[in-house]
Write a new protein. Structure first.
Length: 119
């Protein structure tokens, strides 16, 4: 199972109740849940551009999330990422840097920042 968020109600719950951080590349929402898995969802508005450009943004955001996954909690969170207009013009390393900073700030605010599992 891919552990993705698909239902509109789940996205709205993350927008309404979740903590958020934003910059010119990405908006990140994080919501603590009771689920046994950590899920993620990606939204890209039609304002970003054509279907090709929107799919490119999704791929770049997904690649950054997959690189960051070992550093994140393994269960109990929903993460939602919203692409901004600059997302289509940047590389995945910049998206990764932005995402890492935003999620670290959110997780530190909630006091749930796990120890790094990279050792």
């Amino acid at each position: 199972m891919k552990n993705t968020i698909n239902l509109n109600a789940d996205f709205r719950r993350a927008y309404g109740r979740g903590k958020s951080r934003a910059d010119s590349i990405l908006v990140s929402y994080a919501l603590r849940t009771r689920r046994p898995v950590t899920r993620y969802g990606i939204t890209v508005s039609k304002k970003i551009g054509s279907a090709v450009e929107r799919n490119h943004c999704r791929r770049v955001i997904r690649a950054a999330y997959m690189q960051l996954l070992p550093e994140l909690p393994r269960y109990g969170w929903d993460f939602v990422f919203v692409a901004r207009s600059r997302t289509k013009d940047v590389k995945s390393t910049e998206v990764l840097r932005s995402m890492r900073g935003q999620l670290n700030a959110i997780l530190q605010d909630t006091g749930k920042r796990p120890q790094n599992r990279t050792s």
